[in-house]
Design a protein around this ligand. Structure first.
Ligand code: CAA
Ligand code: NAD
Length: 295
């Protein structure tokens, strides 16, 4: 098992910002790489507001004491960059960039040529084939999935995805790293959707089909699952939270592998993504999150 000191995170969107936050909160030095400076600024701002929530409550979600000093110390451990060379000293790099295999493979190949021989590279992918990313590197034994859940500072689960060539030392190192972050790791095989999304995505897509068919209003579909099943969010609210673009990519990937009609992206989802309705992150999804709507 290897000790992880320096952590690189690629992508500072919904997930990358949360992963960087929890890694820094647990004492790691973190470097965040982004393609877009504006996304870096937005991600750092969301990290700051999340840490401020913990400082207000004087504790983290798992009950650890937290205050303004710890907030400042956490932020001080986070560096940001748009230059991949700044990730060179990292012991572990976790990518949370767009759910697109070609883009991820290109990044894996660049990281492989940049990082020290001992470094581990992980993907936070929701559904893509991890060994296909590993095949773009010369260190497939040190490649795995490390699948966090949204919002990362709150959700305890991390799926550690073992490909058919990931070494046990890599898995042991990632289990220890996840636990250091206060997370609960589970072991998943390298199959589309791993454990949670294999169950969750067909459910979310079916909610869209029900809404598309006019069986109930969006509010009643969401309220029904909250009040009837105790879910914290209804499916359409959760889709806006996860991102309709990301969900569409996941559905396409899972349907391509399994050809299961329950995994096929509904026509309405494709059209919403094409219209730029990506959910909370774009201000509009199944619900309207614009300031006007809030008023
Ligand atoms: N940082 C810090 N605190 C946060 C936070 C964040 N990012 N997000 C929420 N919180 C805090 C809030 O401040 C609030 O604290 P208090 O209770 O002290 O007021 C608490 O968490 C609850 O938040 P909210 O009041 O906003 O609303 P909520 O009670 O509904 O909780 C939620 C929000 C935790 C997101 C909850 O709605 C929930 O668990 N939703 C389901 C999320 C889910 O299913 N995630 C998995 C998605 S699938 C995935 O991630 C995998 C994939 O590949 C797509
Ligand atoms: P997002 O759109 O919020 O963020 C992706 C970020 O990656 C963007 O800011 C983009 O600028 C950046 N990016 C794209 N290409 C890049 C590159 N070559 N180098 C550096 N940065 C680059 O997406 P997200 O919701 O955070 O999802 C990211 C990954 O995490 C996806 O693989 C997704 O499937 C997975 N995931 C998402 C969720 C969720 O609920 N949204 C949950 C678990 C896993």
């Amino acid at each position: 098992m290897r000790e992880i000191k320096r952590v690189g995170v690629c992508g500072c969107g919904l997930m990358g910002s949360g992963i960087a936050q929890v890694a820094a909160m647990s004492g790691h030095d973190v470097v965040i790489l982004e393609a877009v400076q504006a996304a870096l600024d937005k991600g750092i701002a969301s990290i700051g507001s999340s840490l401020a929530k913990f400082a207000e409550k004087s504790k983290t979600p798992d009950g650890q004491p937290f205050d303004a000093n710890l907030r400042d110390a956490t932020l001080a451990r986070i560096k940001t960059t748009t230059n991949i060379a700044d990730l060179a000293p990292c012991d572990l790099v976790i990518e949370a960039i767009v759910e697109n295999m070609a883009v991820k493979r290109e990044l894996f190949a660049k990281l492989d040529s940049l990082l020290a021989p001992h470094a581990i590279i992980c993907s936070n992918t929701s559904s893509l084939c991890v060994i296909e990313m590993a095949a773009a590197t010369k260190r497939p034994e040190q490649i795995a999935g490390l699948h966090f859940f949204n919002p990362v500072p709150i959700m305890k689960l991390v799926e550690v995805v073992k490909t058919i060539v990931t070494s046990q030392e890599t898995i042991d190192t990632l289990y220890a790293f996840a636990k250091k972050l206060g997370k609960a790791p589970v072991l998943a095989q390298d199959t589309p959707g791993f454990i949670v999304n294999r169950l969750l995505v067909p459910y979310l897509l079916y909610a869209i089909r029900m809404y598309e068919a006019g069986l109930a209003s969006r509010e009643d579909i969401d309220e029904s699952m909250k009040l009837g099943c105790g879910y914290p969010m209804g499916p359409l609210t959760l889709l806006d939270f996860v991102g309709l673009d990301t969900t569409y990519f996941i559905a396409e990937i899972m349907f391509d592998e399994f050809k299961d009609p329950l995994m096929a992206p509904p026509p309405l989802l494709k059209r919403m993504v094409l219209a730029g309705h990506h959910g909370r992150k774009s201000g509009r999804g199944f619900y309207d999150y614009s300031a006007a709507a809030k008023k």
